[in-house]
Design a protein around this ligand. Structure first.
Ligand code: UDP
Length: 325
C-alpha cells in the first residue's frame, strides 16, 4: 500500500504570532506547511522551532506579490489567510499600508484560492463589531463604526470588507470559504510592540516599569489562549458545513483591565506601580475604546465542539516564563 500523500496547507502570515502556532499545530497533525510572511510584524524568532521540520517550507514575501501567491496556492490543498496588519495601534501609525494590505492583499489571496478551487479560512476580528455595546456578541450582531475621520475605524472596516468579499465569493462562485472572528488571543511569543495588553503588562511587570492601564481600567476583555484557537481553525476548514459561515472564536470569561494588571503584578511578584493613562495620550485625540468585548461562541461549539480549555492563569504563567527566559 502506498502511504497517503500528506495534505499541504498554506499559512499567510505564517511567521506571525497566531500563524506560527497554526503552522506548528498543522505540522503536528501531519500536514505539510507552506508559510509566507513579509516579516513586517511577524518574525523569524516565532518560527525558530519549525525551520528544521522537513514538512515546513517558509517563504519571505508579500501577499501582494501575485505570481508568488499563485505559485503557493497552486501547490497547497487549503489556505489559512492570516497575513494582515494587526491591531488598532498599527492602523493609527501606518494607515495606508494597513488598509491596502488588509483589503487588496485579501483580494489577491481570494482570487487565487478561487482560481485553483481551494478551501480558504479567512481570519477576521472581533473589532468588526465596532462600538456595538451588546454582550456577548453573536455573529449576526450589527457592526457599529464611528466616522471615517477617525482612523481607528479603518481597521474594523478593512476587515469587514474582507468578510464581505469572502462571502461574495462563497455566494457567487461557490467557493469554500470560512470566516473566523478572533477575539483577544494571547500566548507566549506575542509581542507587546503593537499595543497588545497582556504581553505589555507582563513585560512592564518583569522590568519593574509602571503597568499602564489606559483610562479607568473598567473596560473588559476575554482572553483566549492561542493553543485553543489554532486547532479550531483547522477543524473549521475541514468542515463543509462551515463554508459560507462566520464564527466567533475566543474565550467568554471576562476580566477587567484593572484586574488583569493586578493579576500580572501578583503573578510576577513585581514591585511595579499600576498607573492610569488617558486614551488621548496613549493613542490619539478622541480615541474610542470598546468598554466590553465578549464572544458568544455557541455557533462554533454546536458545529465543531469548540470549547477553550486553557485558563487565563495558565496562559499568563506561560507568558511570564517565556519572557523570563
Ligand atoms: N490596554 C491598556 N494598557 C496597555 C495596552 C492596552 O490598558 O498598555 C487596554 C486597551 O485600551 C484595551 C485593552 O487593554 O481596553 C485591550 O487592549 P489590546 O490592544 O490588547 O486589545 P483590543 O483593544 O484590540 O481589545
Amino acid at each position: 500500500m502506498t502511504p497517503k500523500k500528506k495534505k499541504a496547507a498554506l499559512v499567510t502570515g505564517g511567521a506571525g504570532f497566531i500563524g506560527s502556532y497554526l503552522a506548528e499545530e498543522l505540522l503536528s497533525q501531519g500536514y505539510r506547511v507552506y508559510a509566507i510572511d513579509n516579516l513586517s510584524t511577524g518574525s523569524l524568532d516565532n518560527i525558530k522551532g519549525l525551520r528544521e521540520h522537513p514538512d515546513f517550507n517558509f517563504v519571505v514575501g508579500s501577499i501582494m506579490d501575485e505570481p508568488l501567491m499563485e505559485r503557493l496556492v497552486a501547490v497547497s490543498d487549503m489556505i489559512f489567510h492570516l497575513a494582515a496588519a494587526v491591531g488598532v495601534r498599527l492602523i493609527i501609525e501606518r494607515p495606508v499600508d494597513t488598509i491596502e494590505t488588509n483589503i487588496f492583499g485579501t483580494g489577491i489571496v481570494l482570487k487565487y484560492a478561487n482560481r485553483y478551487d481551494r478551501p480558504i479560512l479567512i481570519t477576521s476580528t472581533s473589532e468588526v463589531y465596532g462600538k456595538n455595546e451588546k454582550t456577548p456578541f453573536r455573529e449576526t450582531d450589527d457592526s457599529v463604526y464611528g466616522p471615517t475621520i477617525k482612523s481607528r475605524w479603518s481597521y474594523a472596516c478593512s476587515k469587514a470588507a474582507d468578510e464581505f468579499l469572502s462571502l461574495a465569493y462563497y455566494h457567487e462562485k461557490k467557493m469554500r470559504v470560512t470566516i473566523v472572528r478572533l477575539f483577544n488571543t494571547i500566548g507566549p511569543r506575542q509581542t507587546g510592540r503593537y499595543g497588545m495588553v497582556v504581553p505589555t503588562f507582563v513585560k512592564q511587570a518583569l522590568l519593574g516599569h509602571d503597568i499602564t492601564i489606559y483610562s479607568d481600567g473598567r473596560q473588559t476583555r476575554s482572553f483566549c489562549d492561542v493553543r485553543d484557537v489554532t486547532p479550531a481553525m483547522i477543524t473549521l476548514i475541514n468542515t463543509p458545513k462551515a463554508y459560507g459561515e462566520v464564527f466567533n472564536i475566543g474565550n467568554n470569561v471576562e476580566i477587567s483591565i484593572a484586574k488583569l494588571a493586578e493579576m500580572v503584578k501578583r503573578m510576577t511578584g513585581s514591585q511595579s506601580k499600576i498607573v492610569h493613562i488617558p486614551y488621548d495620550k496613549a493613542f490619539e485625540k478622541g480615541f474610542e475604546d470598546m468598554r466590553k468585548r465578549v464572544p458568544d461562541t455557541t455557533k462554533a461549539r454546536n458545529l465543531i465542539g469548540f470549547q477553550p480549555k486553557i485558563k487565563l492563569e495558565q496562559t499568563i504563567r506561560d507568558i511570564i516564563s517565556y519572557y523570563r527566559q
